[in-house]
Design a binder for this molecule. Structure first.
Ligand code: SF4
Ligand code: SF4
Length: 510
């Protein structure tokens, strides 16, 4: 089967939140979704959005193994969930997401002349009442939460003062998050109404608005907390991976507008028969490798023949060969899954950040041109490999170290080329690669242009006409033109199977 996957290079995220803003303007600029960010950007270390969503001891999201080693939802079996249908204790409250607020701007305009400068106080966007802001969806941005808040980051568990002290030297990185469009989605398995579904052709996970009954088991079942409840419509909503754009061969809005150009989109072929076995791998530390084993090499003639037999079109197979996502995840193995221990087999992968290594090398008096010393300095990074391992490899620092060493080797190779230095002997081999591999990685990570970062085959030709007509209707044909559109009105549209979806503001508003 074919799955559209995303990779994000965390070294390049500048935390500008453009992705969150453009996503919100496109999809959740409507009543009932004020608190919702399909795309959000967290500062790490930090507790995230909603607060401490990674603590599955509290929220019971994702999958666990039962005593016989079989997969079952962490929230319990069908009976347990049915018994809690009218009271689901594992749902975050609006205080965990952050009560969205606006300001009383009118006071600034209407205040009578006086000696004091008028100020606009904060008002809840949900209740319209005055409120005192104490928490928000991005409260910890750029360390705004400070060490006291960040100490509650579940990924710091077991790392003691080592990270705490390093954190107080003000090291951080950004973690942009969207729905993972998992291969083994616990949101779909949690839904009693059959409203959540995973599209067969490209693996995008969606909610059918007509079938959703608002039970919210998908919200608690998703360990990444990427399904949201619309309190106006009484239905669940989530990131759609901008599927109308993907179907037209265009990248998602968050990727299109990413200032750091750190997002990659492409197809990954996988063996659907291996998914459940991989997700049930006994040791969580083996889940990263288990998920890798599910992916198929698009250059393998047997794989191509099998995919063609399953109905994957020829242009999709061609796109899979050129996929930057497959190259970064499986060929170069520098991208890692977020929290594989949730056992959902997520499909948005991350290249962990290396940035501070140069500072660390210099500060420690090492020679930045000596790869051995650079590799040694990786151990001294202010955010230790163990912290990154808690995020990306269920606590196994081995793969994280290998990725960081590979990224450091790319830098050393390119630095040698730029400065006319000799390439250190055995540099590429020391990270299990060739010089051509490292050069290809440099191309992908540093200079890849738009059509190399986004390799998205358009939907089948027979659908193209309908899709373009739908796009024109949505983006261009608002009665009275785009300027007459009221952003608060929900835009409804149907996908090719006739299922109903919400969102998608016209171009004039986004
Ligand atoms: Fe479902 Fe997305 Fe959550 Fe995965 S990340 S469980 S696909 S909502
Ligand atoms: Fe990071 Fe790109 Fe989002 Fe800016 S737009 S916060 S660089 S992911």
């Amino acid at each position: 089967m074919a799955q559209i996957a995303m990779v994000m290079n965390l070294d390049k995220c500048i935390g500008c939140h453009t992705c969150s803003v453009t996503c919100k303007q496109t999809w959740t600029n409507r009543p009932g979704t004020e608190y919702v960010y399909f795309n959000n950007v967290e500062t790490k270390p930090g507790t995230g959005y909603p607060r401490r969503y990674e603590d599955q001891g509290q929220w019971k999201g994702g999958w666990a193994l039962d005593r016989k080693g079989r997969l079952q939802l962490k929230a319990g079996g069908r009976l347990r969930r049915l018994l809690s249908i009218f009271y689901n204790p594992n749902l975050p409250s609006i205080d965990d997401y952050g009560d969205p607020w606006t300001y009383d701007y009118q006071t600034l305009i209407d205040a009578p002349a006086g000696t004091l400068t008028p100020s606009a106080h904060s008002i809840s966007a949900l209740t319209g009442r005055d409120m005192r802001v104490r928490w928000g969806s991005n409260w910890e941005d750029d360390l705004a939460g400070g060490p006291a808040g960040a100490a509650a980051d579940p990924d710091l568990a077991g790392l003691g003062d080592r990270v705490r002290l390093a954190f107080e030297q003000v090291f951080m990185f950004y973690l942009p998050r969207i729905c993972e469009h998992c291969l083994n989605p616990s949101c779909v398995a949690s839904c009693p109404s059959g409203a959540m579904y995973k599209r067969e052709e490209d693996g995008i996970v969606l909610v059918d608005q007509d079938r959703c009954r608002g039970w919210r088991f998908c919200v608690s079942g998703c360990p990444y907390k990427k399904v949201y409840f619309n309190h106006r419509t009484g239905k669940a909503e989530k990131c759609t991976l901008c599927f109308p754009r993907i179907e037209a061969g265009q990248p998602t809005i968050c990727a299109e507008t990413c200032v750091g150009r750190l997002r990659y989109l492409g197809l990954v072929l996988y063996d659907a028969d291996k998914v459940l076995r991989a997700a049930a791998t006994a040791d969580p530390r083996d889940l990263y490798h288990a998920q890798l084993s599910v992916f198929l090499d698009p250059d393998d003639p047997d794989v191509r023949a099998a995919a063609a037999r399953q109905g994957v079109p020829a242009d999709w197979l061609d796109a899979a060969r050129r996929s930057p996502a497959y190259a970064l995840i499986a060929r170069h193995r520098v991208a890692l899954p977020l929290h594989p221990e949730y056992r959902t087999l997520p499909m948005v992968w991350y290249i962990p950040p290396l940035s501070p290594v140069a500072d660390t090398v210099t500060a420690a008096g090492y020679d930045a041109d000596d790869p051995d010393q650079v590799f040694a300095a990786i151990e001294a990074l202010r955010v230790p490999a163990e912290y990154l391992a808690n995020l990306f490899t269920a606590g196994d620092p081995g793969p994280v170290r290998r990725v960081l060493r590979t990224l450091a080797a790319v830098r050393t190779l390119m630095r040698a080329g730029q400065l006319g230095l000799a390439v250190p002997d055995g540099l590429a081999a020391s990270v299990g690669a060739t010089e051509a591999d490292l050069a290809d990685l440099y191309r992908l990570l540093a200079i890849a242009k738009y059509d190399e970062r986004y390799v998205i085959p358009p939907a089948h030709a027979e659908d193209a006409g309908r899709l373009m007509a739908q796009h024109e209707q949505l983006f261009c044909a608002q009665p009275g033109g785009p300027d007459s559109f009221h952003p608060a009105a929900a835009q409804e549209f149907r996908d090719r199977d006739g299922r109903r979806h919400l969102g998608l503001s016209p171009r004039g508003q986004s």
